[in-house]
Design a binder for this molecule. Structure first.
Ligand code: ADP
Ligand code: ZN
Length: 742
């Protein structure tokens, strides 16, 4: 019976094309197979998405070649790609591209072969003696091989003085040495051998958490996603390790996702040292791998040589078979969202994948995302908690410094390090303890706040602050499109001191150096960390206590152990709070808790000093008392009142063009057409300039759509975009469930 394959071409439209499967090849071609097929007068690469017994297409041509004897994608990954295309409104081809990384899709990253030389036969002392005078280079090679007693990399053999490539060739000709090519693994950093570590005895709390997870590990069809909520240092990672151990024991595999920035050699080591001594391979997947490394790691996973994968967001597509558990650490972290098309969220995909496998899925965080937390409240997810810190440390003391008072006292406003913070730094320097100064400055944004009373100017319809658009002299809301003239006086206290402001890390570093000329100060942000190793070098120096004060952005906030740090100063909590985004409060809370987790992990008590113009803000107050549930309850109530996520889905559509007129026209037309294509329950904002109105020379306008049924929304958007004949030089980006409406 004739069989046909539906093939999506690598460099072509989304629609699959039919090709016939040559007789006798039906075992070799399945969904997920990589094939070469004829297209006009060329051959091109593609992926089989399905196989059928009939076709309605005319003039179907046969598949020319199968590129790999094993399907490259598991059936689950094929389904996941379909799901992605549907949910995120992208082409299936683009979804497949995520599933199958370029290093694997494209030839040219084939396994690295290296030549190895070995003795082909016993060489007698007499032969060597003769060689030493007539051909000393050959003798040197024989000596080397005899000493080694095994095969030696050819490159190594001929590298030493007194030997040469020609000498090796001569030995091969004489039949004394044989050379073979063998695949060698291009191993990423951090994948060397590790000494075995003995697992600690679990605390009763950890024991209880593991018991809560166990049913899902062994009966994955009854699995609900599980949120493991535990403060920093409460032993979540140890619980992951145990759960992974049980899954491996049952012959299955495990996937661990961590934020890119936390994927340090220390993190990998923690997992590898537990499992590699048992002979279980651990693969590492992240965006800094070379293509060769990615190719090799991917194949180790697909071939079952690595049964644990640790990786950043893209690792959610790791070709693990028999998956038993997916762990997403720091599940609230925004780096799980892919920032260019398809803009998927790795946590959400992980949950979907776990449902398809089926397997257990564990979401860990000290500050779960409100989406996940709400799912727990609704009973869709299970919630497990760890409440004690394992190292016996108490949570740090939070002190909030009200920066407004200082202004009133007539002090200089441009001093952004308060006397309280300065004194605290001073005392750390005297005791030889370390300080972290944190500033979450997101470059382009400024805060419109009153310096006298601390009031920030917000949209009347949405709980977000307004953003100034200088060119048009308007203060705008980026959720609903509300616009007003920027106030010249504070709407609350009528003081004319209302102004945009903002301080960057560089400014802080300079100020600290001036204040404490003897202190060793370093700065860590994306400006200073451009070199690949700068990050590890700075962290290494800090850990070795060669730095007293580290000034930085988010980079220093994540999952790092610094026993010497007893003070964390947050220069301004306000820059995060007043981002024009409804998630600003959540971000600030997460950040405060995370940064606080850096203080006092050693034996000295930690202190966190938060400087702010809005000390009464709920995010600060709840963080101060380490009260996640209080914060979440408060925030969710507000989200509910405004109909924001998690009670709705948002889709952000951004039009980009080289002139403002083109971008605006495209966005406006789109908003109009979309409004009439969706039911009234969907809210479509008018087109408005993006807060980042111009990026890399391109003007940006955006439309925000909000509704409860995401598929209805993405379908309408897709249809509208298809029908809308936009000029070629207008680019449209669709972001489903955006992390920020910027
Ligand atoms: P989290 O992932 O929640 O931040 P970790 O799992 O990293 O917490 O644990 C914090 C510290 O406590 C680590 O140094 C870890 O080795 C240690 N730890 C965790 N569980 C135990 C335990 N049961 N017994 C002893 N030490 C533990
Ligand atoms: Zn608004």
């Amino acid at each position: 019976m004739a069989r046909f394959a539906q093939v999506i071409l690598d460099r072509s439209t989304a629609r699959p094309l039919d090709y016939s499967i040559p007789d006798g090849w039906s075992d070799r071609v399945a969904a997920g197979s990589r094939v070469r097929v004829p297209l006009r007068n060329r051959q091109v690469a593609g992926t089989v998405v399905s196989v059928s017994g009939a076709t309605s297409a005319k003039g179907v041509r046969p598949i020319a070649a199968v590129m790999d004897e094993r399907p490259q994608m598991t059936p689950v990954l094929m389904r996941l790609a379909k799901w992605m295309a549907d949910y995120y409104g992208c082409d299936e081809q683009d979804a497949l591209r995520c599933v199958l990384p370029r290093a694997v899709r494209e030839t040219g990253h084939a396994p690295l072969k290296r030549k190895f030389a070995a003795l082909a036969r016993e060489v007698t002392p007499g032969e060597i003696a003769a060689m030493r005078t007539k051909a000393p280079r050959q003798a040197a090679i024989i000596d080397h091989l005899q000493r080694a007693g095994r095969a030696v990399a050819a490159a190594k053999l001929v590298a030493g003085p007194g030997s040469s490539d020609a000498a090796l060739k001569a030995l091969v000709r004489r039949g004394l040495v044989s050379v073979t090519a063998e695949s060698v693994r291009r191993a990423p950093r951090g994948s060397e051998e590790f000494a075995a570590t003995r697992p600690p005895t679990l605390s009763s709390e950890q024991e209880r958490a593991l018991e809560g997870i166990r049913p899902a590990l062994h009966d994955p069809s009854a699995n609900k996603p599980i949120v493991l909520k535990g403060i920093t240092g409460s032993g979540k990672t140890e619980v992951y390790l145990r759960a992974i151990g049980e899954v491996l024991q049952a012959g299955k595999t495990a996937l661990v996702l961590v934020p890119e920035i936390s994927l340090t050699p220390q993190t990998v080591e923690r997992f590898a040292s537990r499992f590699t001594p048992q002979g279980i391979g651990v693969a590492v997947l992240h965006s800094h791998l070379s293509e060769g490394e990615r190719h090799d790691e991917w194949h180790r996973v697909r071939d079952g040589k690595a049964r644990i994968v640790i990786g950043a967001r893209g690792a959610v597509f790791a070709p693990l078979g028999d998956l038993g558990l997916i762990v997403i650490d720091e599940e609230h972290d925004t780096s799980y969202k892919q920032d260019e098309g398809p803009r998927y969220h790795a946590r959400d995909l992980a949950v979907v994948r776990a449902g398809m496998e089926p397997c257990a899925v564990l979401l860990g965080s000290a500050t779960p995302s409100l989406e996940s937390y709400e799912n727990c409240r609704k009973g869709k997810y299970d919630l497990l908690e760890l409440t004690h810190r394992h190292d016996g440390c108490v949570l740090p003391v939070f002190r909030v410094v009200d920066m407004r008072l200082r202004s009133r006292d007539g002090e200089r406003n441009d001093q952004f390090i308060s006397p309280k913070l300065a004194t605290a730094i001073e005392s750390r320097l005297a005791k030889g303890e370390q300080t972290i100064l944190f500033l979450n400055r997101r470059g382009f944004f400024t805060v419109l706040a009153c310096k006298a009373c601390g009031k920030t100017v917000e949209c009347p319809n949405c709980s977000i602050s307004l953003t100034l658009h200088r060119a048009e002299d308007r203060a705008r809301c980026h959720i609903c499109g509300h616009a007003e003239k920027p106030p010249r006086r504070c709407p609350q206290c009528h003081d004319p001191q209302i102004a945009f402001s903002g301080v960057g890390t560089e400014k802080v570093e300079a100020a600290v150096r001036k204040m404490f000329p003897k202190a060793r100060v370093a700065r860590m942000d994306s400006d200073t960390m451009t070199r690949k190793d700068a990050y590890h070098e700075t962290l290494g120096a800090f850990r070795a206590r060669k730095i007293d004060i580290l000034v930085g952005t988010q980079m220093i906030a994540k999952g790092l152990h610094f026993p010497g740090v007893t003070l964390v100063g947050i220069i301004s909590a306000d820059s995060a709070l007043h981002l024009p985004d409804f998630r600003a409060g959540e971000r600030t809370f997460q950040l405060l808790v995370q940064v606080a987790g850096r203080a006092g992990r050693g034996d000295a008590e930690g202190e966190v000093i938060v400087q702010t113009f809005t000390p009464a803000h709920p995010s600060l107050q709840f963080a101060k008392s380490h009260d996640f549930d209080g914060f979440a309850g408060h925030e969710l109530e507000m989200r509910g009142n405004f109909g924001h996520p998690p009670y709705s889905h948002i889709v952000l559509i951004t039009a980009r063009a080289d002139t403002a007129q083109k971008a605006e026209f495209a966005a406006r037309t789109l908003a109009q057409k979309l409004s009439s294509a969706v039911p009234p329950s969907v809210m479509v904002s008018p087109a408005a300039p993006a807060p980042l109105a111009r990026v890399r020379g391109m003007y940006r306008y955006q439309v925000v759509a909000r509704g409860k049924q995401i598929r209805l929304l993405t379908k309408a958007i897709r249809g509208t975009l298809k029908a809308l004949k936009l000029p070629k030089d207008v680019h449209i980006a669709v972001d489903v469930d955006p992390m920020a409406v910027l």
